[in-house]
Design a protein around this ligand. Sequence first.
Ligand code: PMP
Length: 362
Amino acid sequence: MNKRAYNFNAGPAALPLKVLERAQAEFVDFRGTGMSIMEMSHRGAVYESVHNEAQERLLRLLGNPKGYKVLFLQGGASTQFAMIPMNFLKQGTVGSYVMTGSWADKALKEAKLFGETSIAASSKEDQYMRIPDLDHLELPDRTAYLHITSNETIEGVQFQKYPETGQVPLIADMSSDIFCRVTDVNKFGMIYAGAQKNLGPSGVTVVIAKEDKLAEQVENIPTMFRYSTFLKNNSLYNTPPSFSVYMVNEVLRWIEEEGGLTAMEQMNREKAALLYDGIDQSGGFYRGCAEPRDRSLMNITFRLASEELEKLFVKESEKEGFIGLKGHRSVGGLRASTYNAVPYESCKALADFMDVFQKQHG
Ligand code: PMP
């Protein structure tokens, strides 16, 4: 096999090699059926067992929280930005948002199309380089839900603790940090994530939520936009993205084999420390973007003294086999996405490359 790239893509992103190899081994003939999983009916027992297994694994990794259900949806996390207010933002209520970066911005924008919104806290005045104070949230009495973005993929900031919301359901976009650390899902009414960072390939969006929230009846929205449709039909109302669901199940199997979320968190902390320490000990050659307290374990954002030097860094890094280190086009700079499947060795190689680059250009 050819050498695997040092893949720091932001998403779609690196997948565990073991998962890719397992998928390859059963690609043409899925477990003796004489066909690929992509070729079989989603109504058959074989696909359904994979579908159910993936749901069971998602809940098991979270400690089997009581009263929670898993849905598999399409349209990416971006569709959830709209589905949440469509389903939960009833007339006379307010959708409240914590503004932490580009993705929170997008989520709020969609909610505004459907009803009244409010901003519970914001770090916009600091260019979203920190998580705002969560101890003094402004929540109107009529708040239907509080929405947070647990990890801002573009800015590289991550919630270190979650806000206390009392009776108000907390909803989190965990697209870029789901399962990167031990998480108490009981704090949340709902969490959701596009799969293409920590869970698998693109094409499926995972929703984990309290069953009573998902069961809420909303009459005036299309069938495919109601959570209750997917709940009632075990996410098989229409054709699901079957290959993506299968891959998610395999990634979850890998997480379990590796030791679950505790092991993921430990490895992610070691990986991130390697890179942040390198940045902090570079004497200002590399400058971390996010406030150290709120730095993301998943998206390490940093800058160099000039855009020219940053361009050179990307160019030189590509020559050495590093992929995806250019920052998001909206903010510039550099970004290393170190999702669960990015091996420690890739991060070590990057830390070493950064050292060499500094010696050459510092
Ligand atoms: N939320 C966050 C935090 C993200 O990082 C992304 C994608 N990068 C999205 C939402 C949008 O996801 P999708 O492309 O699946 O719609």
